[in-house]
Design a protein around this ligand. Sequence first.
Ligand SMILES: [Mn+2]
Length: 240
Amino acid sequence: MSTLLLSDLHLPPQPSALRDSFIAFLDGPARSASVVYILGDLFEYWIGDDVGLDVYAAEIAGLASLTASGVPVRVQRGNRDFLLGPTFERASGARLLADPSVVDIDGERWLLTHGDAFCTDDVGYQKWRRFSRNRAVQAIFARLPRRWRERIAGGVRGSSREAKTGKSAQIMDVNDAAVARGLHKAQTLHLIHGHTHRPAEHKVASGGIAGERIVLADWRDDRREYLEINGGVRRRINLV
Ligand SMILES: [Mn+2]
């Protein structure tokens, strides 16, 4: 039995080949998995369960069918879909997974996270992250009409795009010391994350720790990838 991990699909609200691929994944390879982990940014944006369940009805139905067949699905919130909530859980049968979390995969303890919390060099982003994760801020946002929420989310995406053009690649990557701290705190040497859109396998050597860091691939037209771990053997599988 295999463990499947994926992240950063950024499924758009409009019809798209990416969305078709995800449905095909849920109906195909995921069916024989022992568990599926989605490490954030499954959706391009999620402005609340009320709207999300409507916009992404096909994906919710696909997840519900998979989980009803007995395959557990665990979903972490990314920086695009951090408003995923309990109504999403009920409708999809997927369970939200705290970020970060340590899980056992084939007898090894893996730290799973979206990854944005480790990008500590990006001070501006971390400020936004703290603000947007504030419960009071989220409660106010949730009460706004759909139109307003969509407009605000569009504005946030726009200013994020603008900010990124002025930031170096290094600032937007994970900070090695933050990774080392995270591994130390979790008491493990194995980390899987997404978010940076830089799929790779890194050795982690910081603060006296020798570990490994696997970065999952984001989805695009020519690359729709998931990571399979089976008997400790890792394979990246491209659905395209
Ligand atoms: Mn992200």
